[in-house]
Design a protein. Structure first.
Length: 231
């Protein structure tokens, strides 16, 4: 076989493969409807519960009558929010234009209407316990004031070092075994960016307890409580 004949055969094979791929794409099955496989979602979730997306499946029905079991991708799921409490919240799975809805509830010991979370991390500083306080998820809800109440559980407040942005102020009250801190935008226009303060404590305790409330400029929102092992 000469080189020209061989090249012609190779080109013909390549064209056949390309045409076959295009034909396959053109014949991609059209989705008629989808349904959420039973057990994929729960009726009731806990606040901030971790979800195993590998267990979420849909049943796809195609226009030719065929069906398939397909693992749902997180980006197909709209309205699935475990950062706030509520009953009969609705999520929607959207697969190639076909949609299926599911109702679920999110519970906590009290109503939580903000996705913002207070974090408290423990460290040591010159023989004292250093507690770093900060807020997360401020891109989802701004904070123009924050109150943090700390039940010291036998420990003694020794001072703090604020990490607030420019234009923010703070006040405190330490009495009756509780430390209350209030952080606020002094001019009311600069939302918090994340950091709050470092609190220094002395003494011995196993655990301290923290409660926090933020204002978004319209309403106050209580955040989930924190129990911080301090020993």
């Amino acid at each position: 076989m000469n080189k020209k004949a061989f090249s012609a055969i190779v080109i013909a094979l390549i064209l056949a493969l390309c045409l076959g791929a295009l034909s396959s794409c053109a014949k991609e099955k059209q989705v008629s409807r989808i349904q959420i496989l039973g057990g994929s979602f729960k009726d009731n979730y806990s606040l901030d519960e971790t979800v195993d997306y590998d267990k979420i499946y849909i049943i796809v029905t195609y226009k030719d009558g065929d069906t398939a079991r397909v693992k749902a991708q997180p980006e197909w799921i709209e309205g699935f929010d475990l950062s706030t409490t509520g009953s009969r919240k609705a999520l929607t799975v959207n697969y190639k234009g076909a949609k299926a809805e599911y109702l679920y509830s999110v519970t906590y010991k009290y109503s939580v209407t903000s996705p913002v979370r207070l974090s408290a991390t423990k460290g040591d500083a010159n023989g004292k316990k250093e507690i770093t306080l900060a807020l997360a998820n401020l891109d989802r809800m701004p904070a123009y004031a924050v109150r943090v109440d700390i039940s010291l559980n036998g420990m003694k407040y020794e001072g703090r070092e604020d990490t607030l942005p420019e234009g923010w102020g703070a006040t405190q009250n330490a009495s009756g075994g509780k430390l209350s801190l209030l952080f606020f935008a002094a001019d009311g226009t600069a939302p918090l960016e994340g950091g709050l303060t470092k609190v220094y404590l002395s003494g011995q305790s196993d655990t301290i307890y923290l409660e926090a409330v933020i204002s978004d400029g319209v309403s106050d929102h209580r955040l989930p409580d924190i129990s911080l092992g301090i020993k």
